[in-house]
Write a protein that binds this ligand. Structure first.
Ligand SMILES: [Zn+2]
Length: 328
């Protein structure tokens, strides 16, 4: 791992690398900002750079310390995350127990608390005492989407390191380089706000399936609403896809938007990149106003779903609304 491998987040990288260079590392950091923007990777890289015996402001990847960390068994690094819905006081006590032993070499001990805003009040108070009186030299890295949700007394004892949401283009570049299929990646980055969320859906079999179903329904509904409803009842409501209807509506929204992109000659903006030919051939089957009304309809049906209206009714409402052909 190296700071060079982290996409974007120039402010965060600069703050941390400057601290390493000047040997002015704080006792506690708060990585704030939308989740999945590279916070975990940055936290591990920072810890590795602290331990690395070869380079001051980055990790060499070759020394013993670097290798121990990359193999996931560095004794001076601990990461905790919510156990169920919250981070509990026992987890913080366990952390304090581990940290009561001094490191065998000159390293500070590093602990990462992922989703620190999920600490219970007792856990947060216990952590606060620990931040105030560490038994051994320690560096805390708290990761929280909403840093403001932490106790003000914790916020004031941590140095804020801001993370920004990555734009879809940046995320796409990273995910394709990791080997995910480009067509799926292009959709995923428009559905998720961070890399972690994207990877999560890209690793699910249902994601490629639901995308295929949306393509099929989108194409069928151009001509035959009735057959699209039958397809939906067979392919969506008799399968696990019915658990992911929220994404189905989002994909429909993107599909209609693609039609408009083509109408305006913005082919480079297409989300369904493997369907460019089909979309080019069919974008004129409806007027722009009509595609826009379909996008609104998809959003409306998605909203109903979120208000717990029966999922099949929501999908059928959408498909029925796609009938009524008035060519552009
Ligand atoms: Zn090293």
């Amino acid at each position: 791992m190296s700071f060079n491998d982290i996409v974007g987040q120039e402010t965060a990288k600069q703050m941390l690398q400057n601290a390493l260079r000047r040997e002015a590392v704080s006792h506690a950091y708060l990585f704030s900002g939308p989740s999945g923007a590279g916070q975990i990777q940055t936290a591990f890289t920072f810890a590795q750079a602290l331990f690395c015996t070869e380079i001051t402001d980055d990790a060499c990847g070759r020394c013993l310390e670097c290798r121990k960390l990359e193999h996931g068994n560095h004794p001076d690094l601990t990461k905790i995350e919510p156990d169920g819905a919250s981070i509990k006081i026992d987890q913080i006590r366990e952390l304090q127990r581990i940290f009561s032993y001094r490191s065998e070499n000159r390293n500070p001990k590093v602990y990462i608390i992922d989703r620190a805003d999920k600490m219970t009040t007792q856990a947060a108070n216990s952590l606060l005492k620990f931040l105030e009186e560490p038994q051994a030299p320690a560096v805390a890295i708290l990761i929280a989407e909403n840093g403001q949700a932490l106790l003000p007394t914790i916020q004031s004892r941590t140095q804020n390191v801001p993370f920004r949401a990555l734009d879809p283009g940046m995320m796409e570049q990273v995910l394709v380089s990791e080997g995910y299929p480009a067509a799926l990646v292009r959709c995923a980055v428009h559905l998720s706000s961070g890399l972690d969320d994207c990877r999560k859906i890209l690793n699910e079999n249902w994601f490629a399936e639901i995308r295929n179903v949306v393509l099929q329904l989108g194409k069928e509904s151009l001509n035959r609403t009735g057959s699209a409803i039958i397809t939906a009842s067979q392919k969506v409501f008799k399968s696990e896809l019915s658990d992911h209807l929220d994404i189905l509506f989002s994909l429909f929204h993107l599909w209609f938007k693609d039609m408009i992109h083509v109408q305006y000659g913005r082919k480079e903006s297409l989300v369904f990149i493997d369907q460019a030919e089909y979309i080019s051939g069919h974008a004129s089957a409806r007027s722009t106003a009509q595609w826009v009304s379909y996008m609104d309809l998809a959003a409306e049906c998605q909203k109903k779903l979120r208000y717990n209206v029966n999922g099949q009714l929501c999908v059928e409402q959408l498909l029925m609304g796609l009938g009524g052909n008035t060519p552009a």
